[in-house]
Design a protein around this ligand. Structure first.
Ligand code: GDP
Ligand code: MG
Length: 304
């Protein structure tokens, strides 16, 4: 499957849900009026775009309709796609100019951190980078084993410690190994237990301090992984993590299994954090850099 078709396939459920709802709503109107905008706003909110962002989109469309003096409801869809396209614009390259650079991966349990790390490692390796993984989710032995499976699959090194070891010490060891082995990119996997939020946040802060101390000159990307199937919950998680970490980007996983892809808009617009990657499946190549055009088309195009 090609790059674009993979994204559109990953967004199929979201597209089906939004496009169908918008189409059938528009077909019920003969001209654009306030009732149309109210129904549109409702559809957008139902699509996990978020109340604030849905309202903002509709306000922009109202203004455009007035300014351009259009009356035909069928023009709304094109305008909607353009507005969304603008909202998700921006730079989303990983900043990795230093040697080594670091990708620090955080997020609650089960969102797809370890899987995403495997996928990113594989892509970086394919682009010629020497990658090393740090298994700093020491909470369960199974978590360490799972990262080991991905390091084998991706064909990259990994540093680990015993279950229950201090995660910060794993970070320290990984940095030391990266220096000794001349690695280009360090990727740190972390635990995400929620029942113990304060401890979790303290632990993340400690790991981050070690990275800063040992690699003061290095670029550090802090990627927050969110599960798209959780909808507005994902937005709330982003809000929580934003308070304690300098998040540089979001990875939104499991878009293949959900109609809630609209959550991309809520995250970018309400929280102002760029979505840098989207996960569209469980396989090693099921991670795509977030592409604004493909996203806008993937949500609104009829075909595919
Ligand atoms: P972690 O606890 O955050 O490290 O999450 P894991 O990486 O262990 O992933 C939890 C589950 O989500 C696993 O079964 C993964 O295969 C699955 N998963 C991760 N990313 C995706 C994705 O993009 N699409 C789908 N369908 N499943 C995913
Ligand atoms: Mg994990």
């Amino acid at each position: 499957m090609g790059f674009f078709s993979k994204i559109t396939a990953g967004l199929k459920k979201t597209r089906d849900s939004i496009t169908n709802a918008v189409n059938s709503m528009l077909s019920a109107f003969t001209r654009i009026d306030e009732e149309l905008f109210e129904e549109l706003e409702e559809i957008l909110i139902m699509s996990d775009i978020g109340v604030v962002t849905a309202k903002k989109i509709c306000d922009e469309l109202r203004a455009r309709v007035k300014e351009e003096k259009v009356t035909d409801p069928s023009v709304i869809k094109g305008m909607l796609a353009e507005t969304v396209r603008k909202m998700v614009d921006g730079d989303r390259e990983l900043k990795m100019t230093t040697h080594p650079s670091v990708i620090f991966v955080i997020g609650v349990n089960g969102v797809g951190k370890t899987t995403t790390i495997g996928k990113i490692a594989s892509q970086l390796k394919a682009s010629g980078k020497k990658v090393i993984l740090g298994a700093a989710d020491t909470f369960r032995a199974a978590a360490i084993d799972q990262l080991a499976v991905w390091s084998d699959r991706a064909g990259v090194d990994m540093v680990k410690s015993a279950e229950g070891a201090d995660p910060a010490s794993v970070v320290f060891d990984t940095v030391a190994a990266a220096k000794a082995r001349n690695s280009d990119v360090i990727i740190i996997d972390t635990a995400g237990r929620l029942h113990n939020k304060k401890n979790l946040m303290n632990e993340l802060a400690k790991m981050y301090r070690i990275l800063k101390r040992e690699l003061p000159e290095s670029d550090i990307e802090t990627l927050l992984v969110l599960d798209a199937t959780t909808g507005q919950n994902a937005v709330n998680q982003a809000r929580d993590f934003k308070e304690v970490a300098e998040i540089t980007g979001i990875v939104l996983t499991k878009l293949d299994g959900t109609a809630r892809g609209g959550v991309v808009l809520a995250i970018m617009d309400e929280l102002n954090i760029p979505v840098k990657f989207i996960g569209v499946g469980e396989q090693i190549d099921d991670l795509q850099p977030f592409d604004p055009d493909a996203f806008a088309k993937g949500i609104f195009s009829e075909e595919a």
